[in-house]
Design a protein around this ligand. Structure first.
Ligand SMILES: NC(=O)C1=CN([C@@H]2O[C@H](COP(=O)(O)OP(=O)(O)OC[C@H]3O[C@@H](n4cnc5c(N)ncnc54)[C@H](O)[C@@H]3O)[C@@H](O)[C@H]2O)[C@H](O)CC1
Ligand SMILES: [K+]
Length: 503
């Protein structure tokens, strides 16, 4: 599914109507019906609040459908401002002719508006959508405030009115929606963490604009959907041998951080790697000896050997952020450069990222694939921006770092961003039930394993993050929190279910 901002939505609309010739009233009708589909039609009394742009037009059309269904409908509308656009005027006039109660909003009608809001089972917010990107006029702010204070349940049409669809910021005042039915594409602004609490449940509805039209206006930003993730799960050949499923070297763990090594290694094994080797220090193996059943092990002195044999090196979990780790990283990089590494991948996580602080230029001239999996703190150390700035611009930050350093960035957190600098995918799975130590180590092992099984690094990162969160969501359905070890146990079953699913 594509992610779009204001300009891209306008362009999609223009191409659909002007170049392809889909009549604009058809799109408005489809938009209205998409909202109707998501309304609780067992309810009896609906209040529709309409602005003067096409978002208001959608609202007028929704009111008509509710009227046709014999629902009690009151329409309140902004009576002053710019002229109606053609389709909005058409829908406004139809309602007038039908005799649907229509009340212009003003200070005189504010009292009856308030009473209607209190009585309404559902309030439909059709004030403004993607057409406004500047601070709202005072009167509109007041209307929004009344809706927020007095309504039981609000469905926002396309965008909660007052939210900037590009960045999620509030333009003076914003509707606090229970559900947002947005059209055709996920809006970029909805991915802003601060915006999420205003959206309620988000439903993306197709309004009859064909995919190729969207593609013409596309800006390379997508939400990973189930169908994409499913299509990426590797098919295992009947005659496959362990050497067909990738050799992964995990370089991880130190005294006090043995769990990181164990989790990362086991995650790679459970995701389906043919051979997984852990490179760690003696003391790590002493405490893991009884637990690592399927993995092989090597001593750090043999790092070059292990790197030479591996298709993928996952480097960093629990290693420590000192010079020893940095030296090990340089040895891995040198060995990968020397071993003709175009198809090989280095995944850097945790301390593998921390040792790159102020040294990220070493990433730019490597002959093999590099994947970085930072959380926001690690991203901040890598790029020098504050966590606050990064969180407000997650896609842009990850994308420009990936572009500049010629690598793939997986910026972790709610709505993890995966990007190679050209395209960016936002992952919709996972929740704070997974916010625990060890989760990142598991993700690194999963992505590394998928690379070794032949997925392109970007694909491996897209599927790995989706799968990791998908498993977390399944487990969180019945558990308050989810442990990394539980994720690992569930990987094979979830991969099978994902692959077999029809959605
Ligand atoms: N994208 C599509 O294919 C379709 C979109 N539909 C709906 O149309 C809106 C976008 O409509 P548009 O007319 O461009 O803009 P809005 O309705 O969001 O708002 C414009 C409206 O707002 C008023 N206004 C402007 N600035 C201010 C301000 N500072 N303060 C207060 N009010 C302001 C002014 O009256 C403008 O006219 C999209 O979201 C969808 O809901 C289609 O119906 C289907 C196809
Ligand atoms: K709206």
């Amino acid at each position: 599914m594509r992610i779009a901002g204001v300009e891209m939505m306008r362009e999609i609309d223009r191409i659909a109507v002007e170049e392809i010739g889909i009549p604009a009233p058809v799109l408005m009708e489809n938009a209205a019906l998409a909202c109707i589909r998501n309304l609780d039609l067992t309810k009896g009394y609906f209040v529709v609040v309409c602005g003067r742009g096409n978002n208001g037009g959608d609202g007028f059309a929704i009111a008509r459908h509710l009227y046709c269904m014999d629902k009690e409908v009151d329409v309140f509308y902004i009576s002053e401002g710019s002229d109606y656009k053609t389709e909005t005027r058409t829908n406004f006039r139809i309602l007038k002719r039908l005799g649907v109660p229509m009340i212009p909003l003003s200070s005189e009608t504010m009292w009856s508006f308030r009473e209607a809001l209190k009585d309404a089972d559902v309030v439909i917010d059709s004030l403004v959508g993607t057409g406004v990107a500047k601070p709202l006029r005072d009167f509109l702010r007041q209307v929004i405030q009344e809706i927020n204070i007095n309504s039981k349940y609000v469905l926002s049409v396309d965008v909660p009115s007052g939210m900037n669809a590009d960045n999620g910021e509030t333009m003076g005042q914003v509707i606090d929606a229970d559900m947002t039915v947005t059209f055709q594409c996920m809006k970029r602004g909805f991915l802003n963490y601060d915006a999420m609490s205003k959206l309620g449940r988000v439903i993306v509805e197709n309004i009859g604009i064909p995919g190729p039209v969207e593609a013409k206006a596309e800006k390379g930003e997508f939400l990973t959907d189930h169908a994409l993730a499913r299509s990426l799960v590797p098919l295992r050949d009947k005659t496959g041998f362990k050497s067909n499923y990738g050799k992964v070297l995990v370089v991880a763990g130190s005294s006090g951080f043995t769990g990181a090594a164990l989790i990362c290694t086991e995650a790679a094994i459970s995701t389906g790697s043919g051979l997984v080797t852990l490179c760690s220090r003696e003391e790590v193996f002493q405490s893991l000896v009884l637990r690592l059943k399927e993995a092989m092990s090597i001593h750090p002195d043999d790092l070059e050997d292990g790197t030479g044999r591996a298709d993928v090196v996952v480097f960093g979990p629990g290693l420590g952020a000192g010079d020893v780790t940095f030296d090990m990283l340089l040895r891995v990089i040198k060995s990968m450069q020397e071993n003709g590494g175009r198809s090989k991948t280095l995944l850097l996580d945790a301390d593998g990222l921390n040792v790159l602080k102020d040294r990220t230029e070493i990433l730019t001239h490597l002959d093999f694939n590099v994947i970085l999996t930072p959380h926001v703190g690690e991203m901040s150390r890598l790029c020098g921006l504050s966590s606050e700035v990064i969180q407000k611009n997650r896609i842009d930050t990850a994308r420009s770092f990936a572009q500049e350093h010629k690598c793939i960035v997986v910026l972790k957190g709610y709505n993890t961003v995966i990007t190679d600098g050209k395209t960016a995918y936002v992952n919709p799975t996972g929740s704070s039930a997974m916010a625990q130590g060890g989760m990142g180590d598991a993700l690194a092992g999963i992505i590394g394993s998928l690379c070794g099984q032949g997925l392109e690094p970007l694909e491996a990162a897209i599927l790995g993050t989706y799968l990791h969160g998908y498993i977390g969501d399944e487990l969180a359905g019945e558990n308050y929190i989810v442990k990394a070890s539980e994720i690992i146990e569930a990987i094979p079953g979830c991969m099978k279910r994902l692959q077999d699913s029809k959605r």
